[in-house]
Design a protein around this ligand. Structure first.
Ligand SMILES: Cc1cc2nc3c(=O)[nH]c(=O)nc-3n(C[C@H](O)[C@H](O)[C@H](O)COP(=O)(O)OP(=O)(O)OC[C@H]3O[C@@H](n4cnc5c(N)ncnc54)[C@H](O)[C@@H]3O)c2cc1C
Length: 387
């Protein structure tokens, strides 16, 4: 592949979330000229549980972003609740960071490596691989003919709509995501303390909540379509899950709030064709129960940059990204899918919580395996089970 076009970047990245910014920074660090386009203005909010797992943290440290990690709230425990039963498990290696903070810091890091960033620009990849862009403020349109296009436009992106090879396959009965952030001065007994992730599973979906480092309360949920239709949308399901867990005051607050939604979550597609490669959610997603999407996005971006370099310098095809991506993600996705599947059935999930209460080591192992921690941790926190 040698399609250098004078006046055009070597690499054009569509999307400035964790995947796009990390891919842009990694390609810039390898010496390529990179331009990144995002339709939003930063900082911007995003439906997300905001827990960055240990592998995502490692990806940030590879960029030298120690200060960003240090500014996060370390997660030390997870409380899982199902129909009134609760179990507390130790948790390792993850930090809580608001998406405003994380995404803006990564974008600024990409800029510091030489990436040219343009926000409020929507991009679409034409059939011949030309990128057509529109400045959403001025209405100006322009085109880019880069050697490589990295598509990191997330679940909601439509940049590849004109490319039949990249059509989405959405899983039947896939859930959709929903999120809400409550102000820092919201003080209710139902809100978890800093450093603890609370996950509530039940009929119709599950809900995670954490305190962000600035004190705001982040709530993120995966919801069944049918259940949402019958119970007044994500606010109805979230309010019931909180009520079942005895958090009546918080339940009332979320039932009145405006939730942001996402398209259906579990989906896949071809991830590379010709000079186009997808990374992050744009390369497919499962469900957020184990909170690893950002880690997959950042890790994938680091891996993809090596292939982009080989494509530009040695003329290799980007098609190998399909195999590399599959090898790197299949196990995590399978694990995540199985855990999310188990959480769909409150009966067995309830029984599992009872088992964890009787055999704490089982709970500890499950927490580590659910969060993708490589292993080797010892139970450092006392585990308590209530009700
Ligand atoms: C309910 C829920 C909870 C979650 N909880 C967690 C968690 O706790 N931990 C975790 O690691 N992950 C979690 N995730 C997953 C995580 O949010 C995603 O995996 C992550 O945001 C993927 O990053 P990304 O860069 O691929 O996409 P995004 O973060 O979605 O970024 C895509 C970017 O592309 C831009 N864009 C879109 N279309 C265009 C276009 N045409 N032109 C230009 N720009 C465009 C958008 O503006 C956006 O900035 C959760 C997801 C959900 C739904």
């Amino acid at each position: 592949m040698n399609r250098r076009n004078p006046g055009h970047p070597d690499v054009l990245v569509v999307g400035g979330g964790p995947a796009g910014s990390a891919a842009a920074a990694a390609c810039s660090e390898l010496g390529h000229s990179v331009e990144l386009l995002d339709r939003d203005r930063f900082p911007r909010a995003k439906v997300c549980g905001c827990c960055l797992a240990d592998r995502g943290v490692a990806g940030l440290l590879r960029f030298g972003l120690e200060e960003l990690v240090a500014g996060g709230e370390a997660l030390h425990s997870v409380r899982i609740g199902c129909r009134g039963r609760q179990v507390d498990l130790p948790f390792h290696g993850s930090v809580v960071l608001s998406r405003e903070t994380l995404d803006t810091a990564l974008l600024e890091h990409a800029a510091s490596t030489g990436t040219r960033i343009r926000t409020r620009v929507r991009a679409r990849v034409g059939r011949d691989g030309t990128v057509h862009a529109t400045d959403l403020d001025s209405g100006e349109t322009f085109e880019r003919r880069p050697q490589v296009v990295i598509v990191a436009d997330g679940l909601e992106g439509r940049a590849l709509e004109d490319q039949p090879a990249f059509r989405w396959r959405v899983r039947p009965r896939s859930r959709f995501g929903a999120g809400l952030t409550l102000a820092a001065d919201v003080r209710t007994e139902g809100a978890p303390p800093p450093g603890r992730l609370t996950m509530l599973a039940g009929r119709g979906g599950y809900l995670g909540m954490v305190r962000l480092p600035d004190g705001r309360l982040d709530l993120a949920a995966a919801i069944d379509h049918d259940a949402a239709r019958h119970e007044g949308g994500p606010s109805g399901i979230a309010a019931r899950l909180l009520r079942e867990d005895g958090r009546d005051e918080l339940s009332e607050m979320v039932s009145e709030a405006r939730w942001r939604g996402t398209p259906r979550l579990s989906r896949s597609r071809r991830v590379a064709c010709d000079n186009i490669a997808c990374v992050g959610d744009a390369a497919g997603y499962v469900e957020p129960f184990t909170g690893e999407g950002m880690s997959w996005a950042i890790g994938g971006a680091h891996r993809l940059a090596g292939l982009v370099d080989a494509a530009i310098v040695e003329g290799r095809s980007l098609d190998s990204w399909r195999m590399v991506h599959r090898r790197a993600t299949w196990f995590d996705r399978l694990r995540c899918r199985n855990i999310a599947l188990a959480a769909r059935h409150p009966g067995p999930a309830h029984a599992l919580l009872r088992g964890m209460a009787r055999l704490p080591i089982l709970g500890s192992r499950l927490a580590d395996s659910a969060s993708g921690v490589a292993g080797g941790h010892r139970n450092t926190l006392a585990m308590g089970v209530r009700r």
